[in-house]
Design a protein. Sequence first.
Length: 211
Amino acid sequence: MGSSCCSYFQCDISDEEQVKSLVEWTVETYGGLDIMFANAAILSGVEQTILDLDFKKYDDVMRVNVWGTAACVKQAARKMIELGTKGAIVCSAAVTGGIGAETFTDYLMSKHAVVGLVRAGSQQLGVHGIRVNCVSMSCAVTPMSSQVGLSTDEAVDKFFGPFTSLKGVSPTTAHVADAVVFLASGIRLSSAGTTWWWMVDSFVSQGLVNN
């Protein structure tokens, strides 16, 4: 693609000054900021329940998944407003952001918070013409999913298979990218505050809908 289309900027989103520097660098390099995709997240690596919640690990997860995502939304929105850009902000939540689970309590709580951030942000930033949405995937094979033993499509299918009605199709990072591009594009100008779930029947019964 070349540096004129794609560049790398290392950023720890748990440090707001680094997020601000990323936004400033983007504007200086490309002449503006139209889209922010806040995708970074971590797992604590421990299948914690509320009874054995490790608050040090909890703080680490929240610092990145919630605090960092909020910093991305804040800094991107401030720059878009400054430039008069009617842009799009897309965040990564997860299906766990709308359901309960037996473990990974800290991660689950963090993704619930991201959904709340998106809903609040969409209402507050809409007056500036800025759309805020999120994509909630069940699981795709990534380095992070491999931390909990989901390192192949077969492993993902085995884990989520009992809950899904769509068989033979595993979620992939390409599906996430397609959804993000669609939400960030002009095609979806009327969309704000929505959560795109990778839907499965058992989750539908718990009320997961776009709203």
